[in-house]
Design a protein around this ligand. Structure first.
Ligand code: C2O
Ligand code: CU
Length: 697
């Protein structure tokens, strides 16, 4: 018990140290006011208070970063901003949900249920939509004659972590079907859409270079529609890539995907990949419903490193969901018409976020894992539809990162915390040697990244390690791991992808790449097979995105115009790009011609237009597969106000510019764009989640 509290306190310290948010000095000011009040001989009248959310709160945080009420008094929130925010407590009630979790609609004043029932104490709160900067503290003061009240309840870890079963065969068959699975520790099981009856689906584990086929059989209810499976991070033919709108698996049908696990005739590097549904317009829903699983590729060089293996190699898939009172998944997608080219109303971009209230680890809420005094290789995968997690350990010890999802790093990197957005992975070692009889929590902590409207992460404990067995450890962490395959990246950028927000409140808004929402028939650039190219991806939109490139494992050449941080110095497939930020990547296009995607991996963004395609073509014929056309570059501002108002939102061929000037211009114009969007589309915020139960399953 004590350790949990130590953990939580430490989490808070890290937050304060990293963020340095302005609350700390005023907290002590208020505390001393409390002391003075304590000397007043008669009981003071109960003090109520108001949390004020000012204009542009997403940039500046709550106006009132510290508020004080006396026990039993009411707490009000005024939202002066034009988008939705929440006041959500970090502390949990006995139902494992926040003590208060209140939505403040734009322009409204409302009182926060639950606040008047709180016991005296300090309560951290944050906004679910903007956890990066919107953080505050509520102080509930004791009143004379007062007592009782609701205390935060420590999260109890009531169920063991359950690793999905492991499949190692070269020809696998996986039925895709509805099944009841144990997700929450108490009460009914949860109906989900599953790969082979479990959530996550079976973990596939295969040696690099060994051809693997997986046959998926669509046994889902007919109303689920056709499905398509993408092996994320892997290099394989385009027909086996989980195309969003062709090569589909219709209800009752099956399809065999071929994964050679090679690149240019050589075995691929070791990898922590994952497979998931990729159906156009339905990717977020189908993943939410459960169509996700892990795929580990092992290689020879890695085996010689003597990294922790076997039971000490633990893949962890994190993903948030919300549940009804009967433990069923809510349906945040109800009433969202599938449309890549424009939505109006509260869930229109940029208000299309979907955030679940509970984070699951390998499909279970708040699990524990019995471990021994040994090094563990934890493979962390953020499979959430939208949310970012900043992983940290409660005992303050760092992770030793040894890889991304796509390859090992050249050498280990010590990291105090690891921020992973949707579909990003980190391969880390955690050492429990001197932790016998301790309990260590894996948490997500809040660490603002300093970028305007940059990404934020919630504060929550995710799982518990119970160190209860002493063993000897023969594993090691070598100081040199694996060099990524060599590549000479061309200096010249041959393609620039600019991500943004388009449309308007009347015709609808959508997310864009080079000014356009996704069109399954359009290809934006042709790449000759065998060529090596450097591409620039930049963010002209007002929010952070996580951009994923299919087809190859990519070298990260530059991040925001600079040499990438040490943990990016190997292969990668998904990058965080903050507003005004950019990444430069390079790869050689080997083995396969065909059409491949790039898109934001915040699944709702992908479903709302932020996706595009490139084609790898025969260098002589330049022939596209039937049914595709090459984008008409002259027409690239089609339907798009933004590319005209945006400086330097260069389409194909635009080169890099001075990154700081460009970043400033981009942020300014994103703001200008945001102002152009009417209050209607802005009205419900950047991110949202809803509560109705799923009816279609
Ligand atoms: Cu993980 Cu195109 O997807
Ligand atoms: Cu996005």
């Amino acid at each position: 018990m004590a350790h949990r509290w130590r953990g939580i306190a430490l989490g808070v310290t890290l937050v304060a140290a990293a963020g340095g948010y302005a609350a700390l000095p005023s907290q002590s000011a208020i505390a001393s006011t409390g002391v003075i009040l304590g000397h007043v001989p008669t009981a003071p009248a109960p003090t109520s208070a108001t949390i004020v959310i000012g204009k542009d709160a997403a940039d500046h945080g709550y106006k009132t970063k510290v508020v004080t009420i006396s026990q039993g008094a009411s707490l009000t929130v005024v939202n002066e901003d034009n988008i939705e925010h929440t006041v959500t407590s970090v502390g949990l009630g006995s139902n494992s949900l926040p003590l208060f979790d209140h939505f403040a609609h734009p322009g409204s004043t409302s009182s926060i249920p639950g606040a008047s029932k709180l016991a005296p104490g300090r309560y951290q709160f944050y906004c679910r939509f903007h956890p990066s900067v919107m953080r505050g503290t509520l102080i509930v003061e004791k009143v004379a004659g007062g007592g009782g009240g609701t205390h935060p309840v420590k999260l109890s870890y009531d169920q063991p972590l359950k690793l999905p079963k492991v499949l190692t065969g070269s020809h696998l068959t996986i039925p895709v079907k509805r099944a009841q699975v144990r997700v929450l520790p108490h009460g009914p099981k949860t109906w989900m859409w599953t790969y082979d009856g479990s959530y996550p689906g079976p973990t596939i584990r295969r040696p690099a270079g060994k051809d693997t086929t997986v046959t998926f059989v669509n046994k889902l209810p007919k109303s689920a529609g056709a499905i398509t499976v993408h092996l994320h991070g892997d290099h394989h033919p385009w027909q086996d890539d989980g195309q969003p709108d062709r090569f589909l698996i219709h209800h009752g049908d099956r399809r065999t995907y071929d994964y050679p696990l090679t690149d240019a005739g050589k075995p691929e590097p070791e990898a922590f990949d994952w497979y998931h549904d990729h159906r156009m317009n339905r990717t977020a829903r189908n993943n939410w419903m459960g169509l996700q699983g892990m795929f580990i590729v092992t290689d020879k060089a890695e085996r010689q490193l003597r990294l922790p293996g076997g039971r000490y190699d633990v893949p962890l898939l994190f993903s948030d969901r919300s549940f009804t009172k009967t433990n069923q998944l809510t349906n945040p997608f109800k009433g969202r018409s599938p449309s890549m080219t424009g939505k109006t109303g509260p869930a229109a971009p940029p208000g299309d976020g979907v955030v679940g209230k509970q984070v699951l680890v390998d499909g279970r809420f708040a699990p524990y894992l019995n471990v021994s005094t040994h090094r563990y290789r934890l493979r962390l995968l953020n499979a959430s539809p939208f949310e970012t997690y900043d992983f940290a350990l409660s005992d303050g010890r760092p992770f030793v990162q040894i890889g991304t999802g796509d390859d090992l790093l050249p050498r280990p990197v010590i990291r105090q915390d690891i921020l992973l957005g949707p579909s990003q992975r980190a391969d880390v070692i955690v050492d429990f040697h001197d932790e016998l009889h301790q309990k260590v929590l894996l948490q997500t902590i809040s660490k603002p990244n300093g970028a305007p409207v940059g990404v934020g992460s919630p504060t929550a404990s995710l799982m518990q390690f119970r160190v209860n067995r002493a063993v000897t450890d023969h594993s090691r962490i070598p100081s040199r791991l694996e060099k990524p395959p060599p590549l000479k990246a061309p200096k010249k950028i041959s393609m620039t992808w600019t991500i943004g927000l388009g449309g308007n409140a009347t015709t609808g808004t959508y997310w864009t790449i080079n000014g356009k929402p996704f069109n399954p028939h359009r290809v934006d650039v042709e790449v000759p097979l065998g060529s090596t190219e450097s591409w620039l991806i930049k963010n002209d939109s007002p929010v952070t995105h996580f951009i994923h490139l299919h087809e190859e494992q990519w070298h990260t050449i530059k991040v925001d115009g600079k040499r990438p941080p040490p943990w990016n110095r190997t292969l990668e497939d998904t990058w965080r790009i903050d507003p005004g930020g950019s990444v430069e990547v390079a790869a050689t296009f080997t083995d396969y011609t065909g059409v491949f995607m790039l898109h934001c991996h915040m699944l709702v963004h992908e479903d709302d237009g932020m996706m595009a395609q490139f084609a790898v073509v025969d260098p002589h014929t330049h022939k596209l597969p039937r049914g595709y056309h090459l984008a008409n570059k002259a027409n690239s501002t089609h339907g798009m106000k933004m590319s005209m108002t945006m400086p330097m939102s260069g389409g194909a061929g635009g080169g890099p510019t001075s990154s700081t000037t460009w970043a400033r211009a981009a942020i300014r114009s994103s703001r200008a764009l945001a102002l152009e969007l009417s209050a209607l589309t802005m009205i419900l915020g950047w991110r949202r989640y809803r509560r109705d139960g799923i009816s279609a399953i």
